[in-house]
Ligand binder design. Structure first.
Ligand SMILES: *[C@@H]1O[C@H](CO)[C@@H](O)[C@H](O)[C@H]1NC(C)=O
Ligand SMILES: *[C@@H]1O[C@H](CO)[C@@H](O)[C@H](O)[C@H]1NC(C)=O
Ligand SMILES: *[C@@H]1O[C@H](CO)[C@@H](O)[C@H](O)[C@H]1NC(C)=O
Ligand SMILES: *[C@@H]1O[C@H](CO)[C@@H](O)[C@H](O)[C@H]1NC(C)=O
Ligand SMILES: *[C@@H]1O[C@H](CO)[C@@H](O)[C@H](O)[C@H]1NC(C)=O
Ligand SMILES: *[C@@H]1O[C@H](CO)[C@@H](O)[C@H](O)[C@H]1NC(C)=O
Ligand SMILES: *[C@@H]1O[C@H](CO)[C@@H](O)[C@H](O)[C@H]1NC(C)=O
Ligand SMILES: *[C@@H]1O[C@H](CO)[C@@H](O)[C@H](O)[C@H]1NC(C)=O
Length: 288
């Protein structure tokens, strides 16, 4: 046997072994989770939505719990703490979701009285968000309240459950109002005798224009509420950033209930491993 022949066949043997071990990774399967979560999705009239949102065919493991979208209508919907919102916008750079309560879109009289609340682990109100208080089941107003004193305050009438009821809304905190005007004590007294209070959120600049309009009317408030307000989200943002930089797709392990990073070969807890030997791999890609 020619001893000079050995190195050649040995090299050939090494290559074959390497191919047999690593071929599946290249030839057949890029991880299904990676493939699915790599695709952005469209929901209603909003396109190019990605992590942490899911729904409408995008699996739950490509998103984060609490970020499911309902895409059955042209207006995407999200449910947060049992209140339903139209999603008006999603900004994935600032991570701000703009939402408006669906049950307040054209009236102040929903069948079920629900506060706008958030899970503080997931959402923070943007700094331009203002709180609005709506009072229901109130006794009739004592005396008409002069306009110039009431730029934060007005009344409305509702028909709920076939019952007519009086309500008031206040675009400021009751405590804040107390310092504002002499009429305030009278207003506070009225409001305190209402049976129900609903706390909503609105865009501050929209509310400011309601307050400065000639009359603070309930129609103006509905218009302002429909413009929506901002919620900044946190869905393990920093973990997701690290996963993305390592070439992975952010997602969620629905078994361990933890963040998951989908890489081309399989899911990892946080980041994708750096390829062990880039030169050998590129040689292999070349050979295949
Ligand atoms: C935002 O979405 C666009 C389109 O899907 C994507 O190209 C971009 O990388 C995303 N940016 C961030 C910060 O997630
Ligand atoms: C999704 O939205 C549609 C249209 O608003 C509504 O009829 C349906 O009940 C919603 N589905 C869920 C699961 O909330
Ligand atoms: C309307 O009736 C439903 C069902 O009885 C009840 O749960 C709800 O609280 C009522 N709404 C108001 C505003 O009273
Ligand atoms: C809304 O929240 C306020 C306190 O922030 C509470 O007094 C009120 O009862 C809540 N209303 C409902 C309908 O849960
Ligand atoms: C608001 O209160 C005034 C004075 O009591 C009353 O005349 C008016 O009808 C009320 N408006 C609504 C929308 O309930
Ligand atoms: C208004 O009330 C909210 C919660 O009830 C509170 O976080 C906020 O600081 C109050 N704002 C003012 C100006 O008192
Ligand atoms: C609030 O309204 C202002 C003025 O219309 C707008 O520039 C801003 O983006 C709005 N904020 C949110 C969170 O939608
Ligand atoms: C990820 O998010 C969950 C739920 O908000 C939180 O409990 C957990 O602490 C977060 N983990 C990290 C590492 O940020």
């Amino acid at each position: 046997m020619n001893p000079l022949h050995l190195p050649g066949s040995f090299f050939f043997f090494i290559i074959i072994t390497f191919v047999l071990i690593h071929a599946p990774k290249f030839a057949s399967s890029v991880d299904e989770g990676y493939v699915n979560c790599n695709r952005a999705f469209a929901c209603g009239n909003i396109e190019n939505i990605g992590y942490p949102f899911w729904g409408s065919g995008r699996p739950d493991y490509c998103g984060f719990p609490g970020f499911e979208l309902n895409c059955s209508d042209s207006m995407p919907e999200i449910t947060i703490m049992s209140a339903t919102y139209h999603v008006l916008g999603i900004n994935n750079e600032t991570r701000v979701l703009t939402v408006a309560r669906t049950d307040y879109l054209d009236n102040l009289c929903p069948t079920f009285l629900i506060n706008t609340t958030r899970n503080p682990d997931l959402f923070e109100f943007t700094s331009d968000t203002q709180v609005i208080n709506l009072y229901y089941h109130c006794p009739p107003p004592p005396t008409p309240i002069p306009n110039e004193e009431t730029e934060f305050f007005s009344n409305f009438t509702c028909n709920i459950n076939t019952t007519t009821l009086s309500g008031y809304f206040l675009t400021r905190n009751l405590s804040e109002l107390a310092d504002l005007a002499s009429i305030a004590t009278e207003i506070s007294a009225s409001l305190r005798s209402c049976d129900d209070l609903v706390v909503l959120a609105a865009n501050q600049s929209e509310i400011q224009s309601v307050e400065t309009s000639q009359n603070l009317r309930w129609e103006n408030l509905i218009e302002a509420l429909a413009k929506g307000f901002g919620l900044q989200w946190n869905a393990n943002n920093s973990l997701c950033g690290r996963c993305r930089s390592s070439g992975g797709q952010c997602g969620y392990n629905t078994v361990s209930n933890k963040f998951s990073c989908y890489c081309t070969d399989r899911p990892y807890d946080t980041v994708c491993p750096t390829p062990t030997d880039p030169t050998l791999e590129s040689l292999l890609v070349f050979l295949l």
